[in-house]
Write a protein that binds this ligand. Structure first.
Ligand SMILES: [Zn+2]
Length: 350
């Protein structure tokens, strides 16, 4: 059995021939038949064109569209094929089936308008070999970060995405914040008397201030290199990494838009005061005084290193000795005592 687009062409030809023969014998039904054929052809053409046009959009819009709901991409292709395949029901004997039911279908002809606008192809900036998986059941065992060599991705809004839920918001390669998430209480980091630039939520300021003062007192002064990042900022940041490293490599070191803890307004990239950006320093926590002080003491002030060394299998990201997220002193102490990473600790609480 042939299938797909070829059938569209095959079905058109036989219809033309019979139409001529019949017009010699019967004059009235021939009009009806023509109407049927036209309606039949246009009726098929619409789903085919629409289906093809939808494909590129799935890929490029995956992130923003799915902020509200998981990507529908896998369903698009089957639907389009089905609409082509279902049409052949009319093809086998065009003449025989034509006679009985003429008049009503003719009215469906106006649909001719549709095909033209949808044909515009869009560029595919990130041709993804990455498998997208449905999110695992929350509260179950911590899901693996990778399937073979590739990270497992999905775009599901994290259950705790209210501004008051900042301590429980789980963000990883599966769970994300809505694109519209932008905390209303951002303040410049200078409010915590710490060097650097950027903004953070007001609620982190008291403990950030104490931490920075303690680091300074220990002759390990710190500076904030990056703080709150909007969804839009993360779009360009991630795209930048993709341009430099390629899509797969970028996923290991940069969060996709919506998946960054920086969007919470409670995460910082911190380095040595007056020093180079910590990502330009080889293992900042192991080779600098400020990095070592933060690794040993940040938890006392409610801050945890989200992506510690040697834990990529459970954090889903490469080691980042400079990235700290505020969870509050009680939670940070608990987490520290348990020896767990933030993702491990948050998962059962979702
Ligand atoms: Zn960071």
């Amino acid at each position: 059995m042939p299938g797909g687009v070829d059938e569209v062409l095959v079905s058109v030809r036989p219809r033309v021939v019979p139409r001529r023969r019949r017009s010699r014998r019967l004059s009235r039904p021939s009009l009806v038949l023509i109407g049927l054929i036209v309606a039949g052809v246009t009726g098929c053409a619409i789903p085919v064109v629409a289906g093809n046009a939808a494909r590129p959009a799935d890929r490029t819009t995956a992130v923003p569209a799915s902020a509200a709901a998981p990507t529908p991409s896998p369903t698009v292709r089957p639907t389009a094929r089905r609409s082509v395949a279902s049409r052949p029901a009319a093809t086998p004997e065009p003449v025989a089936t034509a006679t009985p039911k003429p008049a009503p279908r003719r009215t469906s002809r106006p649909t001719v308008v549709v095909p033209a606008p949808v044909a515009t192809p869009r560029p595919l900036p990130t041709p993804t070999p990455i498998p997208t998986a449905p999110p695992p059941v929350l509260g179950g065992p911590l899901p693996a970060c990778r399937a073979g060599a590739l990270p497992v991705l999905s775009d599901v809004v994290t259950p705790h995405h209210a501004y008051a839920d900042w301590a429980l918001s789980l963000l990883d390669t599966r769970y994300m914040l809505p694109a519209s998430y932008a905390p209303p209480d951002l303040e410049p980091v200078s409010a915590a008397a710490v060097a650097g630039s950027g903004q953070l939520r007001a609620l982190v300021m008291p403990d950030l201030k104490e931490m920075a003062a303690a680091a300074k007192a220990a002759s390990a002064p710190i500076q904030v290199f990056s703080a709150y990042r909007s969804y839009a900022y993360q779009v360009s940041a991630f795209d930048g990494w993709v341009a430099v490293d390629g899509w797969v490599a970028a996923l290991n070191s940069s969060a996709r838009p919506g998946h960054s803890e920086h969007q919470l307004g409670t995460a910082i990239d911190v380095g040595s005061l007056g020093g180079a950006p910590p990502w330009n320093v080889r293992d900042w926590a192991a080779t600098t005084k400020a990095g070592a002080w933060m690794a040993a003491n940040a938890w006392r002030y409610g801050w945890v290193m989200s992506y510690p060394a040697g834990r990529t299998d459970v954090t889903c990201y490469a080691y980042e000795p400079w990235h700290y997220r505020y969870v509050g002193r009680a939670a940070a102490a608990e987490l520290h005592a348990a020896g767990e990473t933030l993702r491990q600790w948050l998962w059962p609480q979702q």
